[in-house]
Write a protein that binds this ligand. Structure first.
Ligand SMILES: Cc1cc2nc3c(=O)[nH]c(=O)nc-3n(C[C@H](O)[C@H](O)[C@H](O)COP(=O)(O)O)c2cc1C
Length: 209
């Protein structure tokens, strides 16, 4: 059975392009493989808290000295279990101020734990979340994959680094860009992203036939 983890992070509810694309991909994957198990973690609707003085010791060193720290560690363990169980990870990532939404960054802050999702070895850092396929769906008002704003893209390189640091190196990035360049450009961007996702679902995903 294939386990699929879908992470949505858009704060824009039903208007969200990344949500539309993650939803359609989930429907396609479930149709292809009715036995696939889909877990939906919606950090846009239910944000992951930022780390605080009370919770950092729990996340970084497993030290629990308050109910707040206990809750943070329990959430971290739950998020890591979802991640480790997944064969396929789908992340819906809007671009907010040239990067990812802060609640998606908070998700990474809760799952990147030394000795659990990565470790430092003599050969350097080593990711422990291996054997996964990830698809990151990026929704952006502007154009960053080429042209003058390409240098402002702090979203895709950061996501690639964080996933790669945990060992998730097989990552496909699907971009819906130029969403604010008028209705025709937006429709074309969504159509292209949909086609890219269909191709990835056809060729790259480990689903039952
Ligand atoms: C707080 C905020 C910051 C944004 N910053 C950027 C940005 O830096 N660059 C950009 O191209 N679009 C930016 N946008 C536009 C979103 O990337 C765009 O609306 C996209 O469709 C959001 O994804 P969604 O449709 O899944 O919500 C921003 C939107 C919000 C709400």
């Amino acid at each position: 059975m294939t386990n699929i983890l879908i992470i949505d992070s858009a704060a824009t509810g039903a208007a969200s392009v990344s949500r539309k694309l993650t939803r359609e991909l989930a429907e396609t994957l479930q149709r292809r493989d009715p036995s696939a198990r889909i877990v939906h973690r919606d950090v846009g609707a239910a944000p992951i808290p930022h780390l605080t003085e009370a919770t950092v010791p729990a996340i970084r060193a497993g030290l629990v000295e308050s109910p707040e720290a206990e809750r943070a560690l329990a959430l971290s363990n739950e998020l890591i279990a979802e991640l480790k169980d997944a064969d396929v990870i789908v992340i819906g990532a809007p671009m907010y101020n040239f990067g990812m939404p802060s609640t998606l960054k908070a998700w990474f802050d809760h799952v990147l734990r030394a000795g659990i999702t990565f470790r430092y070895s003599e050969a350097g850092p080593e990711g422990l979340v291996t054997g996964k396929k990830a698809i990151v769906i990026e929704a952006r008002a502007g154009l960053y994959s080429e042209g003058p704003a390409a240098a402002f893209d702090s979203q895709e390189p950061h996501l690639r680094t964080l996933l790669g640091f945990m060992g998730v190196t097989d990552v496909s990035f699907v971009r819906a860009e130029k969403l604010a360049f008028g209705p025709e450009a937006a429709a074309a961007a969504i159509e292209k992203a949909t086609a890219d996702l269909a191709r990835i679902a056809d060729i790259e995903l480990p689903l039952a036939a």
